[in-house]
Design a protein around this ligand. Structure first.
Ligand code: ATP
Ligand code: MG
Length: 385
């Protein structure tokens, strides 16, 4: 156990103060665990609080229920429960021990103490706890998660971790990109060793991981990382895309990319895609971009896309990087002329304006003209002819 001077600042947070103030039966122990502490130490905001309870779960949870107003879900048989308030999501769980009957299967769970509870976790930075009750606040960090946090490392707790739960491979890359951390070398080589256990996962669990990745800001980088470790060939024969679910643009691209990889790598059962049309669109645009030579034509094609889509294409198709870099430079070019220049020439506002401005822009992007003077001369010629 370590005391960490910053911990007391936790008590200055309203939500933590509220939790600490709930009166509990004697002997109960309550811990903050997982992401909330990690994010606190990283000075990042988080709206999910995970709490581990050592003691009579139902009794303790009902005390919290009484004091904290929100929507409650209680899974009594699993000894877990959730309270969703207007600002926060509080997840409660009995401290537990897990064992994995076979690789990739869901674990068997029995009650155990906080140390066992931390031992079943994915990475050292997620295996820290703070005892909220009884006081004083105590930092519990058996795997030196704090040190890894400062060093910027994603590190598993034991050698069999990925074998127990291969979804942790997805999680490792997700956290690495989110925090700009590195995957610790030993962990990385274990990912290589145990990658094949991915095939044991059900499609639902894989989809769940992909969905979580889709929520990330750097999702396309994560996808590229996964591509680089050749993960896709392992999930290629899975019906990964369910029909009829809400498909956001991000998910589409993710799945699109997945599909492209699957197509490259052989068998496919990913058929009847609801999203087939949009996937086709991305494929078409990428093919078009590869073909196009003229700078202004690339400019036009790329102008139609969302910035996130452009970033994704840049990450996934290195051969298009130069074109995208040029586009980004071209976007910043100050227009040589504007509508008011045309008015000054005595032209009346009309659809012709747009056409003239576009034509000038094309010539500018292709570096055929470089000054306002050249532009105005040209327009003069167009008008008089
Ligand atoms: P996020 O900000 O992504 O929600 P989090 O750390 O809160 O990060 P959750 O998925 O909400 O992550 O899970 C809460 C905690 O449960 C984690 O911090 C981790 O300790 C543990 N955990 C979650 N998934 C796994 C897993 N597959 N294997 C082991 N431990 C896990
Ligand atoms: Mg969480």
């Amino acid at each position: 156990m370590v005391s960490n001077p910053r911990l007391n600042r936790l008590l200055q947070r309203k939500e933590i103060k509220e939790l600490v103030d709930v009166p509990l039966p004697k002997g109960s122990r309550i811990y903050l665990v997982g992401g909330y502490i990690r994010d606190f130490l990283l000075r990042r905001k988080s709206h999910d609080i995970d709490l581990a309870i050592e003691g009579d779960f139902d009794q303790i949870f009902s005390r919290f229920k009484k004091r904290i107003s929100g929507k409650v879900v209680n899974y009594a048989t699993f000894q877990t429960g959730t309270i969703v308030t207007d600002r926060l999501r509080l997840d409660f769980a009995r401290t537990r021990k897990e064992s994995y009957p076979t690789p990739g299967a869901l674990p068997k769970v029995v009650p155990a103490d906080i140390y066992e509870d931390l031992r079943r976790r994915d990475f050292t930075i997620n295996a820290m706890a703070v005892r909220l009750k009884p006081p004083p606040l105590t930092f519990i960090d058996p795997y030196n998660g704090y040190q890894d946090l400062k060093r910027g490392w994603i590190r598993i707790l034991h050698e069999e971790s990925f074998r127990d739960d291969p979804t942790r491979i997805f999680r490792a890359y997700r956290y690495a990109r989110r925090f700009s951390f590195a995957i610790e070398p030993e962990t990385k080589s274990l990912i290589k060793r145990d990658l094949h256990f991915i095939t044991r996962l059900t499609p639902e669990r894989i989809i769940n991981e992909l969905d979580l990745i889709a929520e990330e800001k750097e999702w396309y980088r994560i996808i590229r990382d996964l591509k680089n470790i050749s993960i896709y060939r392992l999930i290629a024969d899975r019906p990964l895309i369910r029909r009829g679910r809400g498909v956001t643009e991000r998910k589409l691209f993710l799945h699109a990319h997945l599909k492209l990889n699957i197509l490259e790598n052989g068998p496919i059962t990913v058929s009847q895609l609801k999203s087939a049309k949009e996937i086709k669109r991305v494929e078409r645009i990428v093919a078009e971009l590869k073909r196009i030579k003229k700078r202004s034509a690339c400019y036009r094609t790329l102008s139609r896309l969302e910035p996130t889509t452009i970033e994704m294409i840049k990450e996934l198709y290195p051969e298009l990087k130069t074109k995208i870099r040029q586009f980004k430079r071209d976007v910043l070019l100050k227009p040589l002329i504007t509508g008011s220049d045309l008015l000054n020439l005595g032209l009346k506002p009309s659809p012709l304006f747009r056409r003239i401005l576009d034509r000038i822009r094309v010539l500018q992007v292709d570096r055929k003209i470089r000054s306002k003077k050249e532009a105005m001369q040209l327009i003069g010629q167009w008008i008089s002819s």
